[in-house]
Ligand binder design. Structure first.
Ligand code: SF4
Ligand code: SF4
Length: 447
């Protein structure tokens, strides 16, 4: 059967077998959480609690400071012991709230227990009576951001310009990064909440159609969702070819709708809003119970980890504690990454905390990582063939190394999404993405 996809891309070994059949387990709450006030793209939050305050689980501790921002909430009940800068998994340091856990998990009073029956009729009736603006307000108050890595505040996606008609919601179940299996497990274990979340997203922007797009390496999730969405006329399950980076927004939209999002534009420019699987589950919780986003599922995996797992964890728990729960290291890892191996962020400190965008913590042995030496470009053109953005990675890389700002601009460096396909395919193991990142920084500096 011909399966939909996009032009370019690569087929790295996915290594998902390490965790794709491992059910999500609840991670015991840590004795202390460290919650950064910089959790997402956009302006960081400002603290709205003080040292010495007792806070409840789900209570707001960081106030959003602009529209493109999302509040931050306590993930345990306990006492605020410090508010100070602390290393951040995204790089550098961020102002962070330290909470000593009183181990009571006392919920903030506005948060209810889940009381909605998830039968199809009940879901339909619940969605029917929701108000679009109230859904967006609840999503905003719950501090929900994209949970696939980029962590864009979700209420912003659900507030397109008034003159833009959104016709389709795409729920991103591609999970194309190797090793990661949180979306896959959520689709299997939290199916109905994901469907409810998708319907609420559609209601919030008055979209007629919902497409849940899944790569064909998750056949069990595809058949379960097909079964569970049978009676929802506006939901389609869309099977895509397994190819990296199928889950990237522009490539996903192209595979599903054939539309091309123009350079520098948002998906709403082609009438589409994209949300990921975990985000849909979080939206259901926010609308039904007022529960903010203070926990998430994280895949802890990699060939250097003893017992790879999918863990439901509190935001603010340290990476080191999760690696310990996954049995510790088989051998000293050469590289530790937050996110997937292709676009994830390398870590030099495992005492950093989980944030809303932490989809994975991966530890790799030396053979699984790149070597240190890069060769000269042999002009084979392979990087050009695989670039999903149809750029010339070889030119961008050499122009960046040469600090040639005019050439960098001429070759549209800002369209590069740093997916890593070019570095992966390069026979000379050239550090193309690192060079491009340096080129972008140079462009920013020189204007
Ligand atoms: S793949 Fe590597 S060697 Fe081939 S053209 Fe691109 S940069 Fe040069
Ligand atoms: S140039 Fe950028 S977008 Fe193209 S393959 Fe390389 S990293 Fe991906």
């Amino acid at each position: 059967m011909y399966l939909k996809t996009f032009k370019g891309g690569i087929h790295p070994g996915d290594r998902k077998e390490l965790t794709n059949t491992v059910p999500i387990s609840d991670c015991p709450p840590p004795k202390e959480v460290i919650i950064p006030l910089r959790q997402h793209i956009g302006a960081p939050c400002e603290p709205c609690v003080n040292v010495g305050d007792r806070v409840l689980m789900g209570q707001k501790i960081g106030e959003a400071t602009s529209f493109v921002s999302a509040p931050v909430h306590a993930s345990v009940s306990g006492t605020v012991t410090k508010i100070e800068n602390y290393p951040h998994p995204g790089g550098g340091e961020a102002l962070s709230v330290f909470i000593e856990n009183d181990e009571k998990d006392e919920l903030f009073p506005e948060i209810k227990e889940w009381d909605l029956d998830l039968s199809k009729d009940s879901i339909k009736a619940f969605v029917e009576k929701q108000d679009a603006k109230e859904i967006v307000e609840k999503v905003k108050n719950a501090g929900i951001t994209g949970m696939g890595g980029a962590a864009f505040p979700t209420h912003v996606k659900l507030s397109p310009p008034a003159d833009v008609k959104i016709h389709t919601i795409i729920i991103n179940g591609a999970e194309c990064e190797p090793y990661l299996t949180t979306d896959h497990r959520e689709m299997l274990e939290n199916t109905k909440k994901i469907i409810l979340g998708a319907l609420l997203v559609a209601k919030s922007v008055s979209a007629e159609k919902i497409v849940i797009a899944i790569e064909n390496n998750k056949k069990d999730a595809i058949s379960l969702l097909e079964q569970e969405t049978k009676e929802f006329d506006n939901i389609e399950i869309f099977t895509m070819l397994t190819k990296y980076p199928q889950g990237s927004e522009k490539q996903l939209i192209n595979a599903v709708t054939k539309s091309e999002v123009p350079s520098g534009a948002l998906p709403s420019a082609v009438g589409v809003v994209v949300n990921n699987i975990d985000t849909c589950a979080a939206i259901s919780e926010a609308v039904v119970t007022n529960r903010p986003l203070y926990e998430r599922v994280v895949t802890v995996s990699g060939d250097a980890v003893n017992n790879p797992k999918n863990l439901r964890v509190r935001v603010g728990v340290k990476f080191s504690e999760l690696l310990e729960i996954a049995g510790g290291f088989k051998e000293e890892p050469k590289k530790i990454v937050m996110g997937g191996p292709m676009m994830g962020i390398a870590q030099n400190n495992i005492e950093v905390p989980v944030i809303k965008g932490t989809s994975g913590i991966l530890a790799f042995s030396a053979p699984e990582t790149y070597g240190k030496d890069e060769g000269a470009c042999i002009k084979c053109g392979k990087c050009v063939e695989v670039c999903p953005m149809r750029l010339m990675p070889n030119f961008l890389s050499t122009a960046s190394v040469a600090k040639d700002v005019e050439k960098i601009k001429a070759h549209n460096i800002l369209d590069c999404m740093e997916c890593g396909c070019c570095s992966f395919i390069c026979p000379q193991r050239r550090f193309i993405v690192q060079h491009i990142k340096a080129g972008k920084a140079l462009l920013k500096q020189k204007g």
